[in-house]
Design a protein around this ligand. Structure first.
Ligand code: ZN
Length: 162
């Protein structure tokens, strides 16, 4: 893969250009499992409090461990907020939000199919932007020290679906 350094302001510009905000999907389209899934139902109820409200760090912290419970439309909705959040100083407090988006992009074999489904509404520019986000993580000392291998796996996974 082409080696490149991506600085924060360039990445933010790219995110703003390829990930415009979209409305939160309707309740019946927001989560991954349609029926009787405890996690999905819980997330659905929690997220409904944020409908028509500003999506702040509070909402990002709410979803960060539940990313696999969001549908493809849910991912397309949250990513513009999520990626911007990861570039803010607020994301450096406990760093869990960035950690979990990295993990959710490097599924083990058994979860690759579901992950591909969740990413299926993203266009090519958006997938590329996710790869650039991972390259940016790679250049942050914390993430480089902490989970370089996960970042590489995620980059490879996303590159394979371009
Ligand atoms: Zn579920």
């Amino acid at each position: 893969m082409l080696e490149m350094t991506i600085n924060t302001s360039a990445l933010l510009k790219e995110i703003e250009s390829v990930f415009p905000f979209v409305d939160m999907p309707d309740k019946n389209e927001l989560v991954f499992h349609k029926n009787d899934c405890f996690e999905c139902d819980g997330l659905l109820n929690d997220l409904d409090d944020y409908r028509n409200k500003e999506i702040t760090g509070e909402a990002i912290r709410l979803v960060h461990q539940e990313l696999s419970s969001l549908s493809a439309k849910g991912w397309r909705w949250i990513l513009p907020h999520y990626l911007r959040f990861c570039l803010t100083p607020e994301a450096e407090y406990n760093r869990m939000e960035t950690e979990f988006i990295i993990y959710s992009l490097r599924p083990s074999l058994e979860f690759q199919k579901d992950t591909l489904l969740r990413l299926s509404l993203l266009n090519k520019d958006q997938i590329n932007c996710l790869i650039h986000f991972l390259m940016w993580c790679e250049n942050q000392q914390h993430w480089k020290d902490y989970c370089l291998e996960d970042i590489s796996k995620a980059k490879n996974f996303l590159s394979s679906i371009k």
